[in-house]
Structures are given as C-alpha cells and as structure tokens.
Design a protein around this ligand. Sequence first.
Ligand SMILES: [Fe+2]
Length: 483
Amino acid sequence: MAQELRPVDPSTIPQLCGRFEPVGREIDAEELPVEGSLPSDLTGAYLRNGPNPKFTPLGSYTYPLEGDAMVHGLWIEAGKARYANRWVRTKGMAAEERAGRALYGGLMTPAFVDTALLGPDPDPGWPFRLDPFVNVVRHGGRYLALEEGTPPYEITAGLDTIGLFDFGGGLPSGLCAHPKIDPVTGEMVVFRYDVEAPFLTWAVIGPDGTVTRPPTTVEGVDSGFMIHDFAITEHHLILTIGPAQFDLDAMLTGGAVLQWQPDLGTRIAVIPRNGSSGPMWIHTDAFWAWHFANAYELPSSASPGVTSDELRIVLDFPWWSTLGLGLGGNEEPIHGAFARATLNPVRGTVDLEHLDETGTEFPRIDDRLVGREHRYLTVAGVSGRHELVRGEHDRLIRYDMQTGKSDAFDCDGVIGEVTFAPRPSGTEELDGYYLGFVTSFGADRSAWAYAWDASQFPAEPVAKVAIPQRVPNGLHGNWFAAD
Ligand SMILES: [Fe+2]
C-alpha cells in the first residue's frame, strides 16, 4: 500500500537553501584561475563528499543524515588545478532518475513505495535509501564513498561510479562513514552499528583490501545507538556511545526514530585491536560527539599493547552537551566545547577537560599520525561576525595541544572541513597545506578552494582557486597524494 508523501518545500529547510542549495550540473573545468600560487610540489587530488539531493526530497529532509552523494574533486599538479563534480550513482538514485522524481521518503518519513520502481537489484536498506554522501576514502587502491552502516560505493579516481563494494563478501552489511587507516600497518579499522542485534561490531581490513578481522560483536551493547565516528590508538579502538538511541516503536507510531536519552549517560568502550579481550567500559555523564580528532596512548612502562592499570589514552574531540538535532527525547539547549578526555580503561575512569568553551566541528590532524601522538589539530568554528545557519562555519581554528594556544583565520565565506596535505618531502606535522572549499558570503555564493601553508597559519592562504560553479556546503574530504 503506497503511502503518499509530498515533496518538501525547500525554501523552508535551511540546509536545502543558500550555501547548501544542491547543484544540478556535473562539470569539468581545467586550468582554474588561482589567486596567489599553488605549491609546485603538491600533486594529487582533494576529494570532498556531501549530500546533494537530485530531486526534491519526499516528506522530510534531515541534514546531515541523507541526500544523494556528490563528490567534488580538485586535482592539483605542477601549480595548476582542475575541478570536476559527480554524483555517486547509486541504484536508488538511478531508480529516481528513471522515474524523474524522488521515490524514497525522507529518513523521518519513510515511504513504502512500489518496490517494482526500484529495479530488479535495488540497494539494500529499503525503505531507506543508501546515500553514500558522508565521506570518501582511499584504501587498498580503491576510492570508497561512504554512508554509515551501509556498503560503500566504489568510485574511480575520476569520480565515475563503479558500484556497491562489499570487500569480496567480507563486509556484506557495510561499515561506518569514518573508518580509520593506521598509517603504520596500513590496516583500515571500522565499526558498524545497527538497530538490531548485533547492535555494534568492529572489523579490520588489511592494506590489500581483504577483511582480516570479520565483524566482531562489541559485547555489552543491547540496543541500537547512533555512533558517527570513533578513534583508534596503536593498540585499541575507542568507541564512544552517546545516548542517541533508536526507537523503532516510536517511528512506527509517528515519533522520532532517534531519541536523546541523557539518563543513560555516555559509555566509552576501549577494545584491544588484537582481539585479546572484550571491551573495557568507562561510564560517564551524557555528552555527544560527532567526530574525534585523534586518540593515542600515553607512554607507559608496561610493554606496548599490554593492558595494564598504567594505560592512559588521550582522546581529543568537539564535545556537545546534547545531540542537537531537535529530534525526540529530552534535549536541553545545546552547548559545545573542545575537549580532551584522558581515559583509564582498566579503572573505568575518564578525566574530561574542556579546553575551549566554543562549539566547533570537523576536527582533523595530519593523518600520518592517526593513533599516534599529535600536537596540532584543526577545527571549523564560528566567528560570530556573520549570519550562519546550523551546520555552517566561517573560521578555521588550529589548536596547539602542547601549549594550549590556538590560532584562527576568519574566512570571507563559509568553510567546512579542511584536510592536511603533507609536502611530499616533509615529515614534520606542519610541513604541508590545509585544503578546503569556501563559499563566499556574496550573493553569487561563489566557490573557492583555499590552500594554507600550515607552517605559516594563520597567515592568508597561499592560493585561492576559483571554482566555476557553486560547491554546496558539504561534509568530509581527503587528500590523495599522487602515487
Ligand atoms: Fe562525519
């Protein structure tokens, strides 16, 4: 029985308008105009993913949880740049293209559409669409566009869609949108949550792309919780479970599928990567974190990898008092901070310190230090000088976690996540460039890609590359150095 849903009115949804407004064209542009100069030794691709609905969404649209995936690519070589953007052509999107309209309902309003319209081999997940719009990573020679909890879509280095990828059958249900690639071992560590048992699993993919640890249940999790990101150290996974609980009964009776339940508190599972034991649990007051900058183990006299009372793990992240999506549950007004948590997993304690009472997002480090001690990290923040909507930032902040000092650059536009592109010959943490897309505050909402010399930050970007069409506010991207 089809449930009739009406298209949303985009003008009533801030994340479908203005600097978020989806673009409808896929373009290729060479020899882009550059203000300043691009480093001549930087060769590779900066790819960034984000939601970009092709058709007006049906019923509801919840940012940042849904929308057709569009990858924006900036290729840099010999001081020149070119740009292209492509949708990730999922089977669900292909079905909607055949129909000429949206078929699936929004996340908060699933539509029980005629499955015959979806084709003979639809994406898994109906009545929800598979939307791999969150992130794009390269591992085992493959470029993967990721949603959370679903199989990724493989794309080419030139952004053409290849198709669903399940790691040779090794991860049939998919993975999270924020896998962590160990820079030393080349392993990709992933997790996946679900609304049904097993509610939370983790897995490892070897550097060649084969699954070396199949999905392994995290014992002690007995219902579904939304978990967006996690962290790894050299020897552990750090899975933080905030009280964002799925409630399927509420969904079926018209309530929100996701409920904020602060009475449950937040739990942190510290799991040995070698699988030698199950999780060590830390229970604390409720907080929420979308993203983690990094985690690492403090030096100890115990043998590396041995779990002892001496084990301390540092976890840096933008802390939030609640989920802040205005869904169900008991949400208080939200406030944010940049936090450092020092975990003692054996004793089950956490020392949580707010380093800056400022709401930020999109934390990143030099990815060559994932799981190892970092000194610097960047986040996107808010200057307070411009009118922004939820999900927008206009300030790039860099924290020096050693001195506690921070530097900030206020953009003349909206900025999202930046990624660090190391200089090929460099090994130092600041020997490279921060790359990110910027949408100007002007009425034309013109798009730019900025490149800052990290060693000179917060000095002006060394290059501002003009993109010949808008690049809507998006989510995560990465720098892929040329092989
Ligand atoms: Fe994310």
